[in-house]
Design a protein around this ligand. Sequence first.
Ligand SMILES: Cc1ncc(COP(=O)(O)O)c(C=O)c1O
Length: 498
Amino acid sequence: MSLIQMETAATDQLTEAVRTILPALENFLHHEGADPAARQSTRWKAVLNQPLPEQGAGLTQVLQTLAETVIPNGLRNGAPGFSGWITTAPTTSGTAAALAATVAGSQRWWEQPFNYLETVALRWLAELLEIPRDMQGTFTSGGAIANLIALGAARQRACERFGHDPARNGMPSFLRWRIYASSEVHHVVVRAAAVLGLGRDAVAKLPADSQHRMHLDHLYTVLELDRAKGVFPLAIVANAGTVNTGAVDPIAPMAEIAAAYNTWLHVDGAYGLFGKLDARVAALYRGLERADSITVDPHKWLAAPVGCGAVFVRDRALLERAFTLEPATYLEGAASRGEVESPFDHFGELYHNFNVEQSAPSRGVLVWAILQEIGAEGMRARVVRHNSFARHLAARVMADDHLELLAMPTLSICAFRYYAPHLEESVLDQLNQEIARRLRAEGKFVPSTTKVAGKFALRPCYVNPRTTLAEVDGLAGRVREIGDELLEASLKTMKIAA
Ligand SMILES: Cc1ncc(COP(=O)(O)O)c(C=O)c1O
């Protein structure tokens, strides 16, 4: 038998393949009926849990399983009533761009439009969000890596001040460092400190103020105490939209403090930077222009397909020193400039030198497609609408004796709970946990949960373009109904017990 056999993977028939699964995808997007994924998991797992096939089943079989088993049981975070996460399902232009990138731009390298669109999309994002134009942007897989890169650049600068290159020599053992953030900081920042060799304990999480923002007095006090102990400030992290309540830290005074202590200011706006498009809250972002690095995730509020974050760093050369891949013989031509005859002569903008990835998908095309479709105006309208949803819900909660607002919305998050005056805190927590469980099981209105000042909270976050006011009201109404039912049932039980 010849060792050279024909390839068995189809490399054509794309139209036919897409046509085959398209009805299932369209159907999925209607989000009809109860979410089958969890309750029918025994069934679909049985179909999928097969041994590695020795002989491939062929494309037709793959498409059939996708259409019949995988897609119908997919993730419904794009359903209009889903407000649980800060990521959502992509809109149509982003989906089409993702398909285009998979087929025609499977890498962001080379002199070709997908590489160029990384640059265009980063410029558009910067312009939209008033990120200083001289900052170097790079797309990442999400906020976790974006924050890691920002803090990697901060580490580089801090160490270089002591004549040390951490990218080449690792962290110097003779220095102690600290990163300062509020208790509301996203936990990916703490992990970034671990990955960067600073250690998780290097992140000082300072108690936030009553509105869940960085408490400036605490920040100042801890910086002073550390200075006295010889601990160096590596960075201060400002949240521009916390994951729990959407609070925006006082960026301008934090920038002042960072300057006074000669340290780096990073703004984590993975979720909330888009919030500044709402004129009602834009002033909260004052000082952004002084940041050394800024994170913003298109796969959150912009509804780009997941896997699309971004980070901007003021000092391009520093970012490159921290993350360069350095030349390699197999990358012949990568840095050449001038006359270009083939893509090999010019690799386009070398984003792998600003990042921790080498091979990476094209992400700029996703952002470009969405902004090209809806424009700055469309995005502004979305942000204002979503922030208004949170305010509307807060007003409704405040008008209802059996609902309690736990944090006044800043952006599009509204943390609240079912409430009854005679119940102890622990009982209220249990009651609201049960409400959250029921909401998830019903699948029509699905918020996530968190704790606000120790109290268990229902936490809808509006970033989903498919959500309408009907779902916002629907959630409030259903929380009230479920809470009333649970309360009545528990009162009956207590009476019977008495
Ligand atoms: C403020 C903030 N930072 C960072 C992240 C992490 O982003 P990702 O999940 O894209 O890695 C999130 C996620 O919700 C976030 O809200």
